[in-house]
Ligand binder design. Structure first.
Ligand code: BMP
Length: 266
């Protein structure tokens, strides 16, 4: 279990996106990421503006927006400056290196130009990292590998997860960590692969489509993860209920930070 502080880890980290995330967590005393999965740009930006003060990171699924225009990205970047948060596009790339390089740099969304962090399934093997890093590394971006998933019946377990960890270890200039459900024990003192964990909720244990939730305490204290990713637990009642969204964001921020303080004091 890591008892090092986020601030200490920020100083030592070699990847600029990882450093930015760790510094932001320490500065804002927040290991909360909010996943803003709504279809309207107006709702999306309104939620980001409300949760902004409470989060270290905003996670997007930019292809969900049905009225996407490049202006959404400018507005998101302005909110990222206003509230001091990192942007993570949860794109889950999963193709050959040449294709993912194009998907990352081009198309309507031009993800590499604005997302500090993105992620990929390790299923194609190390070539996916080569493709993405050819675009992202010169821009100072970071990549997370999906080593595990939060869903019931996930195939990302056992040898697959171990292979994802090996792929990350071999590419630590660009791969900054994992989407996973637990901390992966480092091989030495210098290794610092972050773990960002979705499937977090305080009130319910899952949804009707296989999602499974654990509490911030289980995730951060018991499983040693670094960032809790919360979606519907924060905006789920109604994306327009601004006061409730603010209160939930604060509630999850407090729960995540209390679990971290308990961990580093252990
Ligand atoms: P929610 O908290 O509303 O269940 O949302 C979880 C978010 O995290 C979704 O955007 C989903 O795509 C993402 N996610 C997940 O739930 N489990 C995983 O294993 C990986 C994910 O990216």
């Amino acid at each position: 279990m890591s008892t090092k502080s986020y601030a200490e880890r920020a100083k030592a980290h070699k990847n600029s996106a990882a450093r930015l995330l760790l510094e932001t967590i320490a500065r804002k005393e927040s290991n909360l990421a909010v996943s803003v999965d709504v279809a309207s740009s107006v709702d999306f930006l309104a939620i980001v503006d409300v949760v902004g003060p409470f989060v270290c990171l905003v996670k997007t699924h930019i292809d969900i927006l049905e009225d996407f225009t490049p202006q959404v990205i400018s507005d998101l970047q302005a909110l990222s400056k206003k509230h001091d948060f990192v942007i993570f596009e949860d794109r889950k790339f999963a193709d050959i290196g040449n294709t993912v390089a194009l998907q990352y740099s081009s198309g309507v969304h031009k993800i590499a130009s604005w997302a500090h962090i993105t992620n990929a399934h390790p299923v194609p093997g190390p070539s996916i990292i080569a493709g993405l890093s050819s675009v992202g590394l010169p821009l100072g971006r970071g990549l997370l590998l999906l080593a595990e998933m939060s869903t019931k019946g996930s195939l990302a377990t056992g040898a697959y997860t171990d292979a994802a960890v090996q792929m990350a270890r071999a590419n630590q200039d660009f791969v900054i960590g994992f989407i996973a459900q637990r901390r992966m024990e480092p091989v030495n003192e210098d290794e610092d692969l972050l773990v960002l964990t979705p499937g977090v909720g305080l009130d319910v244990k899952g949804d009707a489509m296989g999602q499974q939730y654990r509490t911030p305490r289980e995730v951060v204290l018991e499983s040693g993860c670094d960032v809790i990713i919360v979606g519907r637990g924060i905006y789920g009642k109604d994306p327009k209920l601004v006061e409730d969204i603010r209160a939930q964001a604060k509630r999850y921020q407090d729960a995540g930070w209390a679990a971290y303080l308990e961990r580093i004091q252990a």
